[in-house]
Design a protein around this ligand. Structure first.
Ligand SMILES: C[S@@+](CC[C@H](N)C(=O)[O-])C[C@H]1O[C@@H](n2cnc3c(N)ncnc32)[C@H](O)[C@@H]1O
Length: 266
């Protein structure tokens, strides 16, 4: 039975009638982003006023975006995704939140050709890099959504429709006053649980010791998720990230320890 107990009210911060602006270009709408107000009493990351790095695209990336984004990319919107028609097949589906430049995404996807991969990222130059990798290597099982991963889960992903969710090296927001921005929170774990199918997997990795302590406190907070620790030999999903990502590389340079977390949806 679908157990999506997240009911939500849309808080229209800005121009609620027209939340999508030039969707074909991958541009986010102007003004404050739409933010869902959850009534679960749990904690959610609040990013409303956070400005993410903008960065510009090279001419090549612009051309690539223009040509391929309309088919492979979407901007956050209020329509539930029809994953089968977007990918042109019915298959396992994994959502990666905060794919950055897509290093892991592009390395893992060819090893799981029977799985649909949806990479969610706010940072357009990162998406442009991933788009470049996808086009150059002819990877046909990756699609991209530009937007806040929490909003994508809440608005675009059907309950109990995902086989996996990945969050690799989420922003650590190290200052105590910014901890509320961290994506791993009781509410996010609950929202992810509602979007995973029974038996679905949540995989998180961090190289930030303080964030690892934060996650350690939350591993058993969501009753729909069974914490499996790491490694989980029989995990029904690829759990080897294949590559040392840019951020992981930086962490390892600083002698940080990589911590990985796996959960199974009950
Ligand atoms: C530290 S980087 C890690 C990128 C990549 N996973 C890696 O391992 O190289 C975190 C990324 O998450 C993205 N991000 C942060 N919050 C997000 C959110 N709520 N939704 C989608 N992406 C987000 C940031 O733009 C950034 O690219």
């Amino acid at each position: 039975m679908a157990s999506a107990h997240v009911t939500c009210t849309i808080v229209a911060m800005n121009n609620p009638d027209s939340p999508i602006q030039r969707p074909g270009t991958g541009e986010l709408p102007h003004g404050r982003p739409l933010q869902t107000e959850f009534d679960t009493g749990l904690d959610y990351p609040r990013l409303g006023s956070v400005t993410f790095r903008r960065g510009t695209l090279t001419d090549n990336q612009e051309a690539l975006f223009e040509e391929h984004w309309p088919k492979l990319g979407l901007v956050l919107n209020d329509e539930q995704l029809d994953v089968d028609s977007w990918f042109g097949r019915h298959a396992k589906t994994v959502l990666e939140i905060g794919s950055g430049t897509g290093t892991s995404t592009a390395a893992m996807a060819p090893l799981e050709p029977d799985t649909n991969i949806i990479a969610v990222e706010l940072y357009k130059p990162g998406l442009a890099k991933l788009l470049g990798s996808v086009v150059r290597a002819n990877i046909d099982n990756i699609r991209m959504i530009r937007g806040d991963g929490v909003e994508v889960l809440a608005r675009m992903i059907a309950p109990e429709s995902l086989d996996g969710v990945r969050i690799f090296f989420p922003d650590p927001w190290p200052k105590a006053r910014h901890h509320k921005r961290r994506i791993i929170q009781s509410g996010t774990l609950n929202l992810i649980a509602t979007r995973l199918k029974p038996g679905g997997v949540l995989h998180v990795a961090t190289d930030h010791a303080d964030y690892a302590e934060w996650i350690d406190e939350l591993v058993n907070v969501e009753p729909q998720l069974t914490y499996k620790g790491w490694p989980w030999e029989d995990a029904p999903l690829l759990t080897d990230r294949q590559v040392i990502t840019k951020f992981e590389g930086k962490g390892m340079d600083k002698d940080h320890v990589i911590r990985e977390y796996l959960w199974e949806k009950k």
